[in-house]
Design a protein around this ligand. Sequence first.
Ligand code: UTP
Length: 228
Amino acid sequence: MEEIVVLSIGGSLINDGKVSVEMASYIASILKSSKKKMGIVVGGGKEARLKVKEILKSGKNQFYADLEAIKVTRKNADLLRKVLGKEAGNKIFDDFLEACKMIKKQKYVLMGGTIPGITTDTDAALLAEALYAKRLVNVSKSAIYSKNPEEKDAIKYDYLTFEELIALAQREDQRRAGTNFIFDILASKIIARSKIETHFIDGTNPHDFLNAIEGKKHNGTIVSSSKK
Ligand code: UTP
């Protein structure tokens, strides 16, 4: 079976208030330099967070705020799809099995969010399961650290087990809203149950970005069944 890699592209990378054509072009140039087939899920970024605030302020509940945020994720994904060109097909999928079907015909399949109540990390973990992906690459602005990487004594983890990731995600989940951990608890549990090796990298470093896609050494964090 051909090796498929799934990517979760953090919204913060591509949308810092509005979707960035420049960042989408940079991301596309990295993806195009690999021959691998890819399932790609794109996040919402700042625009989605602002949208959620606006909808909640209007009196609607979280479900409807999530629906609006999902629209932003799909818009971000659609910009990346357009920049990738013909090999990315002509739609953003909201159905995992349809994406699985189309990966046979396209080099890339793109998704944004799917249903309220989850995040695109979880969508990416589910897509990785559905595609029997070889690995998942979480592309954000950092690896995984013991605490906020801006704090001096923060330690970067080179390797973590699935259980350690779940423990970290759980610890962060209990904190105040707004102090988001790099990968949510549900996504962490999904990669653990299917033992999907997951790489966390700073996507602004093009070498780390491509190396993670190719399964080569990088400066991020690798989460798997056992430490290497
Ligand atoms: P993200 O996955 O981008 O959320 O989805 P995030 O955790 O804030 O990610 P980053 O750190 O900016 O990349 C944005 C929002 O879209 C809705 C949720 O409201 C989520 O917070 N969403 C996303 C869903 O409701 N369902 C989905 O499947 C995906």
